[in-house]
Ligand binder design. Structure first.
Ligand code: NI
Length: 210
């Protein structure tokens, strides 16, 4: 997911995140760059319609490496949430960071997340998505939801999400079942969004080829 108003300070976050992961691994920062920015797929890529499958065998180093790459990719974009299918990996894995511009990074990791309960109250929020770049529109969702997931260390967490956290986790969970936020808009708006992204991508690849 992306914020309607884009921020520019994200490169710092990549540096802080890299330094932290290297410290966790007992490595001096900057000696080893183990993370990689992956390509984010965009509409109308058919993979975005796929159902993602659960991670089996718990949160392994391989899954953590995927989440590290996803977080770095998300910070670089910049975005506030990213599902694995957006980098072409059909697994039920999500990363997120909802911290404000002047706050320290607060990465969150979700493996096999589930929504256990939602409240009846709904509210609109202007959403954006890294797989539908530069398109923003209001989506109405429940204001609170109870979720269960495994975190970076494989611990099971159960908690209520509200505010932007509730919006973002529902948006990202939708990706795991092949649903995009534009699927909630009218058919005309959705088609316009896909056409606009496709055109922008074509222009981008043309200018890269030139
Ligand atoms: Ni999205």
């Amino acid at each position: 997911m992306t914020r309607a108003r884009k921020t520019t300070r994200r490169p710092d976050r990549i540096a802080i995140h890299r330094a932290r992961v290297n410290i966790d691994l007992g490595l001096p920062p900057a000696y080893l760059n183990i993370m990689a920015i992956r390509e984010i797929i965009t509409v109308p890529d058919p993979r975005l319609k796929e159902e993602s499958r659960p991670v089996e065998g718990g949160v392994t180093d391989e899954i953590r490496a995927l989440m590290d790459d996803m977080l770095e990719t998300m910070y670089a974009a910049p975005g506030i949430g990213l599902a694995a299918i957006q980098v072409g990996v059909p697994l039920r894995v999500i990363v997120m960071d909802l911290s404000g511009e002047d706050e320290d990074p607060q990465p969150r990791y979700f493996v096999n997340p589930e929504i256990l309960e939602t409240v009846e109250d709904t509210a609109p929020y202007e959403e954006g998505c890294l797989s539908v770049p530069d398109i923003f529109d209001e989506v109405e969702r429940p204001v609170r939801c109870k979720i269960r997931y495994l975190d970076y260390d494989g611990q099971q967490i159960e908690e209520w999400a509200e505010g932007l956290y509730a919006v973002c986790i529902q948006h990202e969970m939708d990706h795991l079942s092949g649903t995009l936020f534009i699927d909630y808009l009218s058919r005309l708006k959705r088609q316009r969004a896909v056409d606009k992204v496709r055109k922008a991508q074509r222009q981008k690849s043309r200018s890269q080829a030139a």
